[in-house]
Design a protein around this ligand. Structure first.
Ligand code: BGC
Length: 455
C-alpha cells in the first residue's frame, strides 16, 4: 500500500510539474511565477511578473485633469525598462450614461482603444479596470445594474482582443460595498463577462480597499481564469505621509530604515495572502498596487520599494507598482528620465546601500552586487561655525565590514545595507573664541584704566 502511494505521488508530480512550469517565466528570470490556476485545463497562462500602473490619467475626472495624459511613448519606455505588465486605471463611470442602457460614450471607448493598443503593441500584459466609481461604494444597490451594464459593454467591446488584455472588476471596494454585496456583485459580473469572454483573465480583489485582511471574506466563482489582487501600502503612515487625499493625512518625516520589526511587518502581511491562496487551491496572487508617496524621503522610498519587491518575488507574487509618472512616480515626465533609485528598486537584483546622516556629504551610497564591498567615505569630517559638528563614528557596522580609517569603511553587501554616520558637536572652537574675547576684554579694560591713571 505504502509503495503504491509513493508511485502514485511520483506519477501525479510528473503530471503536475511540467504543466505548472510550462507556464512560468523564462530562464533568465530570477524567480519563477505562474499565473495559472493548476487545477484544470481551461486555465490560460500569462507571463505576468513586473508591472507598473499608469495612474492619475484615465481615472481622473477627465484625462489630464490630474496632470497625466498618457503619451504613446510611455509604453515603449516602460517595456524597455524591464516591465512586462501595465495596469491602466479607468473611470468609466463618468463616461457612460447615468440611465439605462448606461451606454459608454463612443469617443471615450476610442481613447481607451488607442491606449490599450499602444500597450499591446509593446507586448505588455495590459490590465484595464473600473476605477474611482465612488458612487457605487456609497450606494451599491443603486449602482449595481449600471456597474454590470458597463462591464457587459467593456467585455463585448474587447472580446476579440488578445488574452494579454485582462479585466479587473473594481478598484478597492470599500465603504458600503461590504463583503456580502461585493461577493454577489462579483458572481453576477463574472457571469456576464463570461458570456463574451470565456477564458480571459479576470482580476478580483477583496473589500477594505483590497486589503489582505479581507481575503477570507472574498467568495470567488468557480472559474479557472481568476486572479486575486491585493494592494499593499504597509505601513500606511510611511507610504501615505503627507498624502492630500487622506484625512487626516499622516505627518511627513517618517522614515523606513528596514529594521527587523519593519521588515517583519511586511513579511507577515504578505504571508497572510500566500497562506490564504494556498488554502484555497493555489489561487494566483497579484499585488496590483504598492508604492510610497513622493513626500517621504527618497532613500526610505527606495529601501521600502526594493524590500517589498524582493519579498513579493520570493513568494512568487507578481506585482504592479503604483505608479508611473505622478506623485509616487518612478518616472519623471519633466526630465523624461526614470528616477534611477526607484527603477533599480523595482527591476535590479543589486542591493541598495545607504547612509543615514545628520550632516556632511557622504560618497559611496548606491547599488551594489551581492557579495561585493561598498566603500563609504565621509567627505568633510567637520562642518559649521562656531560650534562645528565633527564626524564621530559609523553605527551599524558588522564584523565582515572593513574600517579603513575613522571616516572610510568598506561594507560587505549581502543584502540591502543601511548604516548611520554619527556626528558630535565640538565646543572647543567656541571655548577658544570666548576665552580669547575675555582675555582681550580684560586686557582692554586694564589698558584703559592705566591710561586714565596716567592722566
Ligand atoms: C487610488 C489613488 C491613490 C492610490 C494610493 C489608488 O487606488 O486610486 O488615487 O493615489 O491608490 O493611495
Amino acid at each position: 500500500m505504502q509503495r503504491f502511494k509513493i508511485v502514485f505521488v511520483i506519477l501525479i508530480s510528473l503530471c503536475i510539474i511540467p504543466t505548472g512550469f510550462a507556464n512560468t517565466f523564462g530562464e533568465d528570470s530570477p524567480t519563477r511565477f505562474t499565473l495559472t490556476n493548476q487545477s484544470g485545463s481551461a486555465a490560460t497562462s500569462l507571463r505576468m511578473r513586473r508591472g507598473i500602473n499608469i495612474g492619475n490619467a484615465l481615472e481622473a475626472p477627465q484625462e489630464g485633469a490630474w496632470g497625466v495624459y498618457i503619451e504613446d511613448e510611455y509604453f515603449r519606455i516602460i517595456k524597455e525598462a524591464g516591465f512586462d505588465t501595465v495596469r491602466i486605471p479607468i473611470r468609466w463611470s463618468v463616461h457612460a450614461e447615468s440611465y439605462p442602457p448606461y451606454r459608454i460614450y463612443e469617443d471615450f471607448f476610442q481613447r481607451v482603444d488607442h491606449v490599450v493598443s499602444k500597450a499591446l503593441e509593446q507586448n505588455l500584459i495590459t490590465i484595464i479596470n473600473i476605477h474611482h466609481y465612488e458612487e457605487i461604494m456609497y450606494n451599491p444597490e443603486y449602482h449595481r445594474e449600471r456597474f454590470i451594464a458597463i462591464w457587459r459593454q467593456i467585455a463585448e467591446h474587447y472580446k476579440d482582443y488578445p488574452e494579454t488584455l485582462c479585466f479587473e472588476l473594481l478598484n478597492e471596494p470599500s465603504y458600503n460595498l461590504v463583503d456580502r454585496i461585493w461577493n454577489e456583485l462579483v458572481a453576477e459580473t463574472v457571469r456576464v463577462i463570461r458570456e463574451s469572454n470565456p477564458t480571459r483573465k479576470i482580476i478580483i480583489g477583496p473589500t477594505r480597499w483590497n486589503s489582505v485582511y479581507k481575503l477570507e471574506a472574498l467568495k470567488l466563482p468557480e472559474d479557472e481564469n481568476i486572479i486575486v489582487t491585493f494592494h499593499f501600502y504597509t505601513p500606511f503612515e510611511f507610504t501615505h505621509q503627507g498624502a492630500e487625499w487622506v484625512s487626516p493625512s499622516p505627518p511627513t518625516g517618517k522614515k523606513w530604515i528596514g529594521t527587523e520589526d519593519e521588515k517583519k511587518q511586511i513579511r507577515d502581511e504578505l504571508d497572510i495572502a500566500v497562506k490564504w491562496a494556498g488554502k484555497h487551491g493555489n489561487i494566483t496572487l497579484f499585488m496590483g498596487e504598492f508604492g510610497a508617496y513622493g513626500k517621504a524621503d527618497m532613500d526610505s522610498r527606495i529601501r521600502w520599494t526594493s524590500f517589498v519587491v524582493k519579498e513579493a518575488e520570493k513568494r512568487n507574487i507578481a506585482w504592479c507598482y503604483w505608479e508611473f509618472c505622478s506623485g509616487f512616480g518612478a518616472y519623471d515626465p519633466v526630465t523624461k528620465k526614470w528616477r534611477e533609485g526607484l527603477l533599480n528598486a523595482l527591476t535590479s537584483s543589486k542591493h541598495y546601500v545607504s547612509v543615514e546622516t545628520d550632516g556632511g556629504s557622504i560618497l559611496g551610497a548606491g547599488w551594489y552586487e551581492e557579495g561585493s564591498y561598498a566603500t563609504i567615505r565621509v567627505v568633510e569630517t567637520s562642518i559649521g561655525f562656531p560650534v562645528p559638528s565633527i564626524f564621530d563614528h559609523f553605527e551599524g557596522l558588522r564584523p565582515e565590514d572593513r574600517l579603513i580609517d575613522i571616516s572610510v569603511v568598506e561594507l560587505y553587501v549581502d543584502g540591502p545595507r543601511v548604516i548611520k554616520a554619527v556626528w558630535r558637536k565640538d565646543y572647543t572652537l567656541l571655548l577658544v573664541i570666548v576665552v580669547t574675547m575675555c582675555i582681550i576684554a580684560v586686557a582692554a579694560a586694564f589698558l584703559y584704566r592705566s591710561r586714565i591713571k596716567a592722566k
